[in-house]
Design a binder for this molecule. Sequence first.
Ligand SMILES: [Mn+2]
Length: 427
Amino acid sequence: MPVKILSTADLHIGRTPTRVPDAIRTQSSCARMWSAIVELAIREEVDLVTLSGDVVDHANRFFEATGPLETGIAQLAQAGIDTYAVAGNHDYDVLPRIVDAVGTDRFHLLGRHGQWESVDFVRAGKPELRIWGWSFPDRHYETNPLTGWTGEVDDQVPSVGLLHADLDVLDSRYAPVSRADLAARPLTAWLLGHVHAPQLHEMESGPTLLYPGSPQAMDPGETGPHGPWLIEVHGHQQITARQAPLSKVRYSQLEIDLSGVETKDALDTCLLQRTRHHLENIAHTSRPPEFVSLRIEFTGRTRLCGQIDAYARSLDQLEQVDERVTQKVDKVTNRTLPAIDLQQLAQQHNPPGVLARTLLELETGSGNTGLQALLDEAYQKQADVFQSRSYTTLSGDPLPDLQLTRQRLLQQGTLLLDRLLTQGRSP
Ligand SMILES: [Mn+2]
């Protein structure tokens, strides 16, 4: 009989999804997701639940997280389901405290103080799965946690490793490990935490690597389906894993190419068609979310380029419903370019001609000294703004580099050219 595992990580209990309407936000809290996960584990009659770190959002969430976590742990224990967890960089301190305060002997926090530890899952007196785990001892951990591994792997018992770590980011402050490091340990699977985007790497040989990801999608960067994973271990190298997309919120990105779209009516039709189609695809899956938060990026060359920004502002009113799924536009980015033949325009000896030549030089990067001076000046002006005393309290955004400066000059220059030409056409 296979061992059935419900695997999740990065629950971040205490948080709620951002950039969604209030009603959706409160009913999609990470604490509620934990209750949904517990229900699913009981309904699916899994043998055990694994949590690969960052279960709790932050140390200051002790009281907020303790209640829901305690209730869930008790429900699982009552259903005869053991839970195995490791702490991550967010809850290295608070998870052990909560476990000490409310824990049962069916909740196992593995690898305290950064020391590898294993526990066997035993069924009918027989060990069926060995669970290894390592917990973050501190907010940061800059070395490979596998260097401290002294574990022996038993050929008779399949084993999984729980680890909160940054994969293939070698200078990470969050327990950097490489795929090769993980593959070198003869486990059946690594159930990882830290990266919020779900990732399944099924290797030709060696352990399966799974980042179950955050079960509740929490911000626009966390696109696609999110939810816990159901795993069946049939033997040492025989494992199946599928996601149960429980997240009620889905963040999405949609690129709409407006090349050839030249009138306002055509733009309306194109937008409605593409967004409806996008929603339809999500609504007609087996377990759809309730809410889709959509980011649109317009691209391509179109005569409407200069009007897209104003058009985009009206899209925050757009709400579409299909079955029981609601979709709203969160943000629109305009990367369209005007339908202008730069080569032809660059032949002219007038202001648009000068601008067209500059844009061509910016595009190809092969510039004269004038271009370099322009880039340096634009870079310096941005730097002055970023380093200005007035904005010191607004930290966060890094100073744009020369490459980004070039892109911005191109974008703004193109819009300026569009404006010059449109003015020229008007009476
Ligand atoms: Mn983390």
